[in-house]
Design a protein around this ligand. Structure first.
Ligand code: ADP
Length: 551
C-alpha cells in the first residue's frame, strides 16, 4: 500500500511539475514574443516616419540598428537594406508581410530558419509614396530556448525528483502508518480514518466470531484430550501418508515408546506384518482387526479408515491391551484340556470295571472288590469335581465373599482334629504351635486352604513323620507355617506345583490320590486374602509352606 501511495503521489507531483514548467515556459515565450512584436511595430513605424521625412539619408543611419531595415518599392524591388547589398536580393513582392502592407498599410510575418533554431519576425509599414519599410528582427525560437534551458532544466528536474521522492515517501508512510498501527485484536479502539470504520467494525465482529470458534475448538480439544489421555486404550490418528497426526498416552504406553517424532511414519512405531496390514487396509478404506505381539504384551489393533467427502483422508487405530485376556484364554484352553484328561482316567476305570461286571465275567467273591474300585474312582471323580467347582468359584469370585474376623487359631485346631484319623493311619504325628490370632477373611476358603496344606503334609510324608503347624502373630503379619518331614519337592518342580492339575510324577506313582488342584485352591485363596504364599522344600527332608496375611 505504501508503494502504491508513493507511486501515486510521486506521479502526480511529476505530472504537475512538468506541466506547470511547460505552461510557464509557453506563457513567458508568448508574452515576450508579443512584447517583441509590439516593439518591432513601433520601430517600423518610426523608421517609416523617418524615411518619409528624410528619405535614404535617414535610412543610412539605421545601419547601426541591430534590427534589419529594408526599403522596398511598389514593385517589390529592394531600394535599401541595412544589412545586405540590395543588388543581391530578390524581389520581395510575394512576401507575406509585404503583400499585407500593400493591402492594409501594415503587415507582419514570422519565418523560421531551416534548423528551426531561429526565427525572423518581420513588420512592414507602407509609406505615403507607396513604398514599404520593413523591419526584421531575428530571435531564437521556443525550441532554441528549450535547448538552452535544457541543462538547468535537467538539474532542476533531478532536484525536484529527489525532493518529490522524499516527500512522496514521507507522505505515503504518514498515510499508512496509522493503518499499520491498528491493533487488529481491538480494531474499534483506534479509528483514524472514518472511511475505515465499517471495515474495522467488520473485523471486530469477525474477531469475536473467531474468538468464540477458537474457544469452542479449544474446549472440544480439551474434552477430547481428557477422554483420550485417561483411556487405557491407545489411539493413533494417521494421515494419508501414514504419518502420525495425533496420539494418546495409552498408545505410547502400550507400544512402549517415549513420543513419536513430528510427522513420523506410523511404521516406525511397530514394524510387525500384522500392524502394517492394519494400516494399509485402513488407508485403502477397509476396516481390519489384528492381534500383534509387542515386547511383553499382546495388543489388539482395530484399524478404521477416516473418510472426507467419500475420499479416504487417513485412519484411526485403536489399540487394546489383550495380554491378560490372551493369557486367560490360554489358561482356560489348558484347563479344559486338563479337566477332560483328568476326568477321563477314573471314568475309563469305572467304565472298564462295570463292563466286566455286566458281561458276568466277575466271580461272586470278586464283586465287592470291583464295587469298591468303582466306588473309589467315583469318589475321586466327586472330589475332583468338587475341587473344580471350588476353584471356579474362586476364579469367578462367586463365593459369598462376606469377609469377617476369623479366629485362625481355632480354625487350625478344627482342621487338625478332622485330619487326625488320617494322620494316625499314616503314622504321622501332628504338632500344633499356635497363639491366639485372628484375620479378616472368608471362613470357608481359609478352612479349605489349611485343610489342603495339612492333607498334603500327611499324604506326602513318610511313616512316623511329623507335621507341624505354627501360627505366629507378628508385628506386620500373621504367619501360618505348615511344615512336614516328608518326601520334599525337587527344585525343578517347586515353581509349578501351584498350577492346576500339576502333580509331581513320583508322588503320582505312589498313587496318593491327589487331584492336583489342592495347591491351586491355596494360591487363589491366598490371593483373595491378599496373602503371600512361600515354599521351602528339600527332597527327602521335608517341605514348609508359609502363608503370610498382611495386617
Ligand atoms: P494333589 O491333589 O496332587 O496333592 P496339590 O495341588 O495339592 O495336588 O499338589 C500338587 C503336587 O505338589 C502334588 O501332586 C505333590 O507332588 C506336590 N506336593 C504338594 N504338597 C507337597 C508336600 N507337602 N510334600 C511333597 N510334595 C508335595
Amino acid at each position: 500500500m505504501t508503494k502504491r501511495i508513493f507511486r501515486a503521489v510521486f506521479g502526480v507531483a511529476m505530472v504537475m511539475m512538468l506541466s506547470i514548467t511547460a505552461l510557464v515556459m509557453g506563457m513567458m515565450y508568448e508574452y515576450f514574443s508579443n512584447e517583441q512584436y509590439k516593439q518591432l511595430r513601433s520601430q517600423a513605424i518610426y523608421v517609416a516616419a523617418g524615411t518619409q521625412m528624410n528619405g535614404q539619408a535617414y535610412l543610412l543611419q539605421t545601419k547601426n540598428l541591430s534590427n534589419r531595415v529594408t526599403w522596398i518599392d511598389e514593385d517589390g524591388a529592394i531600394l535599401f537594406d541595412s544589412k545586405v547589398d540590395p543588388t543581391n536580393m530578390n524581389n520581395h513582392k510575394d512576401r507575406e508581410e509585404i503583400i499585407a502592407a500593400f493591402e492594409n498599410g501594415e503587415g507582419s510575418s514570422v519565418r523560421y530558419s531551416a534548423t528551426i533554431l531561429k526565427k525572423t519576425v518581420n513588420y512592414a509599414v507602407k509609406l505615403q509614396d507607396g513604398t514599404i519599410i520593413r523591419v526584421s528582427e531575428e530571435t531564437i525560437s521556443l525550441f532554441s530556448i528549450f535547448l538552452i534551458m535544457l541543462q538547468p532544466l535537467v538539474v532542476i528536474l533531478v532536484a525536484s525528483i529527489l525532493v518529490s521522492v522524499a516527500l512522496s515517501f514521507r507522505t505515503a508512510k504518514k498515510i499508512t502508518k496509522p493503518i499499520n498501527d491498528i491493533d487488529l485484536e481491538r480494531p474499534e479502539l483506534e479509528v483514524v480514518y472514518d472511511e475505515l470504520t465499517p471495515l474495522l467494525r467488520r473485523i471486530a465482529v469477525q474477531n469475536k466470531q473467531l474468538y468464540d470458534q477458537m474457544r469452542e475448538l479449544e474446549r472440544q480439544k480439551q474434552e477430547f484430550d481428557t477422554i483420550t489421555s485417561n483411556m487405557q486404550e491407545g489411539i493413533l490418528v494417521l494421515d494419508m501418508k501414514a504419518e502420525v497426526l495425533s496420539y494418546n498416552k495409552g498408545a505410547l504406553l502400550l507400544m512402549g515408546i517415549e513420543s513419536p517424532k513430528d510427522s513420523s511414519s506410523v511404521y516406525e512405531l511397530n514394524r510387525s506384518e500384522g500392524f502394517r496390514r492394519c494400516v494399509e487396509s485402513a488407508l485403502s478404506g477397509n476396516h481390519r482387526e489384528e492381534n500383534i505381539q509387542l515386547a511383553d504384551k499382546v495388543c489388539q489393533v482395530f484399524a478404521n479408515p477416516v473418510t472426507q467427502e467419500r475420499m479416504v483422508a487417513g485412519a484411526i487405530l485403536v489399540l487394546l491391551d489383550v495380554t491378560e485376556r490372551e493369557e486367560r484364554e490360554g489358561l482356560r484352553r489348558e484347563f479344559t484340556a486338563n479337566v477332560s484328561h483328568e476326568l477321563k482316567t477314573p471314568l475309563t476305570s469305572i467304565s472298564g470295571f462295570a463292563e466286566i461286571m455286566k458281561n458276568g465275567m466277575v466271580k461272586e467273591a470278586d464283586v465287592p472288590r470291583f464295587a469298591s474300585n468303582i466306588y473309589d474312582e467315583a469318589q475321586r471323580l466327586i472330589q475332583m469335581v468338587q475341587d473344580i467347582i471350588k476353584l471356579s468359584k474362586l476364579d469367578e469370585k462367586q463365593i459369598a465373599m462376606e469377609k469377617a474376623t476369623i479366629n485362625l487359631e481355632s480354625l487350625v485346631r478344627e482342621v487338625v482334629k478332622r485330619l487326625e484319623p488320617i494322620a494316625e493311619k499314616k503314622g504321622v504325628t501332628i504338632l500344633v504351635d499356635t497363639e491366639p490370632v485372628s484375620v479378616v477373611g472368608v471362613y470357608q476358603v481359609l478352612q479349605e486352604m489349611v485343610y489342603n496344606l495339612c492333607d498334603n503334609g500327611i499324604r506326602y510324608n513318610r511313616t512316623d513323620g511329623m507335621l507341624t503347624l505354627t501360627l505366629q502373630n507378628k508385628e506386620k503379619e500373621v504367619l501360618l507355617l505348615v511344615s512336614d518331614t516328608g518326601i520334599g519337592i525337587a527344585k525343578a518342580n517347586q515353581s509349578r506345583i501351584f498350577e492346576r492339575f500339576y502333580r509331581v510324577n513320583e508322588s503320582r506313582s505312589k498313587e496318593t490320590e491327589g487331584t492336583g488342584l489342592g495347591l491351586s485352591i491355596v494360591k487363589h485363596g491366598a490371593k483373595l486374602h491378599n496373602a503371600t504364599v512361600g515354599l521351602v522344600s528339600e527332597l527327602e527332608k521335608g517341605t514348609t509352606i508359609s502363608i503370610s496375611f498382611p495386617k
